[in-house]
Ligand binder design. Structure first.
Ligand code: PAF
Length: 279
């Protein structure tokens, strides 16, 4: 069921005030990764709301915002194929930002300092702003996010801590194409042969995981850079190995700490990210 305004959505939801609510925030162009988040929310909650909103404040590149795929009709069909009881909330920019699209400023500490925080200035303030607004409007008990955006997941956990919003943040595993490429709405912008080129991203991450105990981080970085240098169509933006808890990149791994490898790369004009747990 599609709702374009919060009042009508709330009228519907508030008929059953004791029901548990799960929110799956999305920017649409839904793929199987999103659908798995929705199915997880269905298992946990009596009411599931999927928000579809391309959030202007999290884009630091106007071209990226205007090129972002918008496929509301097919998204609604995909959701209804799971269940007609799922509530879809697709608000206008004016409803989310009555005073015009503007980000609040959050102190995410080291979580927003590196990687996406470094290369997409203001991005996480935009994500934090839209999510705290959605949490206020929908008042879910749980909200669901994919691990493909691992840094975002950490930021959202910190966000609810900072704002005091009582939402349980649930991370769900990354869904992949058959060739290993992480599912992303941006994959829709790739031609078939580019999807094939982009499999290098996950191949590198798997290589790093397999070799994490045998090579030092400098060697692993060198290897990844050289693979990207000779890869078709791909340009590495960053490769980092970071502490899983504070997301600070490291040059030497310590025992008893958990690490993840993170990649951002352009496949032609499309920016893709992925990550993997190393230990
Ligand atoms: O991951 C996304 O699609 C977006 O960053 C989110 C969480 C829906 C906020 O706009």
């Amino acid at each position: 069921m599609l709702f374009k305004a919060i009042d009508t959505l709330r009228d519907f939801i508030d008929k059953e005030p004791s029901y548990s609510k799960g929110l799956v925030p999305t920017m649409g162009a839904l793929h199987n990764g999103h659908l798995s988040l929705i199915k997880k929310a269905q298992q946990d909650c009596e009411i599931v709301v999927v928000s579809i909103f391309v959030n202007p404040t999290q884009f630091n590149d106007p071209n990226d915002l205007s090129n972002y795929p918008r496929t509301l009709k097919t998204d609604v069909k995909k959701i209804e194929a799971i269940s007609k009881d799922i509530l879809i909330y697709s608000p206008s920019v004016e409803e989310i930002y009555p005073e015009g699209p503007k980000s609040e400023s959050f102190n995410f500490g080291s979580l927003s300092k590196y990687m996406e925080g470094q290369y997409r200035s203001g991005h996480f303030n935009g994500v934090g702003t839209v999510l705290s607004r959605l949490f206020d409007l929908v008042e879910p008990q749980k909200a669901y996010f994919g691990e493909k955006d691992f840094q975002q997941l950490a930021i959202v956990k910190k966000l609810v801590h900072l704002t005091g919003q009582n939402v349980d943040i649930i991370g769900c595993k990354t869904f992949r194409e058959p060739n290993g490429l992480a599912k992303s709405s941006r994959n829709k912008l790739l031609l078939e042969h580019e999807k094939d080129d982009a499999k290098i991203i996950y191949e590198c991450l798997k290589y790093v995981k397999q070799n994490f105990n045998y090579h030092n981080i400098e060697q692993l970085k060198k290897k990844v850079k050289s693979v990207f240098k000779s890869a078709n169509n791909l340009k590495l933006e960053y490769f980092e190995i970071a502490d899983e808890d504070d997301l600070t990149p490291t040059t030497s791994a310590k025992k008893n700490k958990k690490y993840r490898a993170f990649i951002a790369a352009f496949c032609d004009r499309v920016r893709l990210i992925d990550n993997i747990a190393l230990n």
